[in-house]
Ligand binder design. Sequence first.
Ligand code: SF4
Ligand code: SF4
Length: 402
Amino acid sequence: MAWVTDWAPTADELNSCIDCGLCLPACPTFRLTGDESASPRGRIAAMRAVAGGRAPLDGRFAEIMDLCLQCRACETACPSLVPFGRMMEGARGEVAAHRPDAPTIGRRVLFGRLIGSRVLVALASAAVGLAQRAGLASVGSGPLRKAAALRPIPIPVPTAAGREWLPDGTPIGTVALLSGCVMDAWYSQTHIAVIQVLRTAGYRVVAPPNQTCCGALAAHEGAVYDAARLAERNAEAFEGYDRIVVDSAGCSAHMKGYRHWADGGAKVADRVVDANEFVAQLLTEGLLPVIEGDVPIGIQDPCHLRHAQRIVEAPRAILGAAGCVPIEIDPAGMCCGAAGAYQLTHPDVSDQLGRIKADQIAGAGVAVVASPNPGCEMQLRAHVPPDVEVVHPIEVYWDKIK
Ligand code: SF4
Ligand code: SF4
């Protein structure tokens, strides 16, 4: 079997795994199943077998790849620096290329094509917003139950793209903001908090008009050509900005990997900062106020912040500057089960992980949990009791200093 796309796992990547198994205890799907084929080592073995022509790229291979959450906890556990997330994206691209009739084709069209259209996302979001208002979401199950757990969606749906915000005095610099696919519609309060905090520090904030979805969901679904197209478009849209601030951890992690996706991707990747790391840096530089206090607040690390970007201290520093004491929910940093579209495609596994996280939150006894990623926020809201609030850490900070 020959790989057919430019993103297929390379021989160097496959050989970087030394089969030590140290990643197994960190892998949520292995912990739930105890099955080697549901572990990072097992998945790499399956990739090697297909790459070496010893096994077919068939439905079983697709299933083994599809059960992975792409949480990248295996990367932080791995002593051999195996780039598992990139390999998994490449392996899923191969599944898509070899099995265009596979059941995942609908997801690839949704996350590769439709999600790049701001108009379609706004229309779909408005429909969800109407369902929320009509009470339809709260009586449903599956995706509708997730919709009920979202914050109320504003109608008309706002967009940050094409707008700019000035600080009160002379700007100390300009930063670009990723408006994202669903962040505008579903998490506009997060955008507002980030923009206001950056203005407070003295920055002019610009959301370039021609930007699009970062492409993370397309890449995770194996829609590699669409992921590359979206990355190319953003590389053009963000040309000329020294800093590109991204307030969704899944998106910032993906854009830091743009060198794999677009010709001009390396330039974007080097200029992307997750909003948490940027605001924490501004606090260190004394550009933002610090509030004293000891309000307990839970902290949930999104996998794509903790494992993919190795950012752990920044959200805790932001909460500390908001007069809060971060309470650790899960020091091991296991996936909450959201994992982008995974919560819809694998509801059983996703719900098991969501319940584990909800139990950890209940055990910590906190009334508010900070989580800087939209997918995690949706998943946590769907599993915690209604009196537990879930917010982005920068919203907590902005609320205290505004
Ligand atoms: S990305 Fe997560 S689910 Fe997938 S193999 Fe690694 S640890 Fe397991
Ligand atoms: S820890 Fe790294 S080297 Fe060891 S089995 Fe897992 S992926 Fe391979």
